[in-house]
Design a protein around this ligand. Structure first.
Ligand SMILES: Cc1cc2nc3c(=O)[nH]c(=O)nc-3n(C[C@H](O)[C@H](O)[C@H](O)COP(=O)(O)OP(=O)(O)OC[C@H]3O[C@@H](n4cnc5c(N)ncnc54)[C@H](O)[C@@H]3O)c2cc1C
Length: 378
């Protein structure tokens, strides 16, 4: 029996979002047989991301090919202290892209299908068991029998912060989260659309921030806090909207056209992140910045690296993909330290008092623009 008889798939990826699409496209580009299982019937529904892309993701990855009509360039950040005094920050040549996120997810699904990935919508991953290839198979390392699908040489968990792949295969779980909720206002316009608006407030956003952004089809207004078993309920997004809506130009009486919500890993990469024949990537692996909560670029980069590593190994390379996946996961050491400090010592008054001071401005620029040469105005 040949390897292709033993394994129906070289790679089965669970999750058709950023990490899963990157992994699938990289593996498929190298000629592997790739199947992606996605539980949603339409990848553009039930979104749980704001979908803002940092410049690096927008320029250095396949996401640079997203149609121009689905993105909007935003060049600055307006940071609000709890008193609502604000500071405008900008870095030369730096920008973010807000997105028509639902249609970006559909575009990604099309990209996968056009590349020859077998995308199975409405197919949930439920369970998998390790299986050995028969003895005459040269690639006789174990693979996975995936319930309802078949046999795969590699199983990839790109199924988000509450990964079922992780729990069914005994891999590490994400334990530390932020919880974010976001309103969409279709066709609305911000008074200052060329800035990402970020609100610091211990009352409304303990452990994180509130935000507003103009996207290609309207406005997104969100709020997140540090998720804790002792903190019940959801962030008071209506309360924050009442306070800042007029200033932003959002009519407080308008009801949102849609709501997005979800958990955001904030404790760094899980351990173990991989075991023979199974690898976690993206949110499932905890690969999200503990400070900014940005996870799209890191999910894409890691997912792509995993897909490439598997392809290289299957084409005769020696480096084990599991090893590469673990080494490629960012450690976020200094950001985890900042997260630890912010969780314990967040106070409003230093932001009110020091908003325009050089150290606070410098720290904000580090967070938003990743240490570039910077200019800022009030
Ligand atoms: C409110 C909010 C706002 C955010 N805003 C930003 C932002 O603006 N910029 C940024 O960079 N990051 C942002 N993030 C983080 C970012 O969205 C994630 O890091 C990123 O989406 C991770 O991608 P992923 O592919 O790993 O997982 P996910 O995007 O979580 O996708 C997981 C996929 O797996 C599918 N799935 C889950 N379980 C199963 C199963 N059992 N079977 C089949 N399919 C399954 C899901 O349906 C989903 O499609 C935000 C997060 C939240 C919650």
């Amino acid at each position: 029996m040949s390897s292709s008889d033993t394994w129906q798939w070289d790679v089965v990826v669970v999750g058709a979002s950023f990490a899963g699409a990157a992994c699938a496209l990289a593996a498929r580009k190298a000629g592997l047989r790739v199947c992606v299982m996605e539980r949603k019937r339409d990848p553009g529904l039930k979104l749980h991301t704001t979908g803002i892309l940092v410049k690096e993701a927008a320029e250095e990855t396949t996401l640079s090919r997203i149609p121009a009509s689905l993105v909007r360039r935003v060049e600055g950040v307006r940071l609000y202290a709890p008193s609502l005094r604000s500071l405008y920050l900008q870095a030369p040549d730096y920008y973010f892209l807000t997105t028509d996120t639902g249609n970006v997810m559909r575009w990604l699904a099309d990209e996968m299908q056009q590349a020859g990935v077998d995308l199975r919508l409405m197919q949930s991953f439920t369970d998998a068991a390790p299986v050995a290839a028969n003895s005459s198979d040269t690639a006789s390392a174990p693979g996975w029998q995936i319930e309802g699908l078949g046999r795969a040489r590699w199983l990839i968990g790109a199924d988000g912060a509450k990964s079922r792949v992780a729990s069914r295969t005994g891999l590490g779980h994400v334990r530390d989260f932020l919880y974010g909720i976001e309103y969409e206002f279709a066709d609305a316009c911000l008074r200052e659309p060329n800035a990402l608006h970020c609100f610091i407030s211990k009352r409304y956003a303990p452990g994180y921030i509130g935000w507003a952004a103009q996207n290609p089809t309207g406005v997104q207004f969100g709020l997140a806090f540090r998720h804790r078993p002792s903190r019940t309920g959801v962030p008071d997004i209506d309360g924050l909207l009442m306070e800042v809506g007029d200033w932003l130009g959002i009519d407080k009486k308008t009801r949102p056209s849609a709501t997005r919500a979800g958990l955001i890993p904030c404790g760094g990469a899980v351990t173990p992140l991989a075991a023979p024949g199974v690898i976690l990537t993206g949110d499932a692996a905890g690969i999200v910045s503990p400070v900014t909560a940005g996870g799209i670029h890191s999910a894409w980069r890691h997912g792509w690296m995993v897909g490439e590593a598997i392809a290289r190994y299957m084409h005769g390379g020696e480096a084990r993909p599991e090893q590469i996946a673990m080494q490629a996961a960012p450690h976020f050491r200094s950001k985890r330290l900042l997260r630890w400090a912010y969780d314990r010592f967040q106070m409003d008054w230093p932001f009110d008092l020091l908003l325009h001071s050089p150290p606070l401005r410098w720290a904000a620029e580090q967070v938003y623009f990743h240490k570039r040469g910077l200019r800022s105005q009030n």
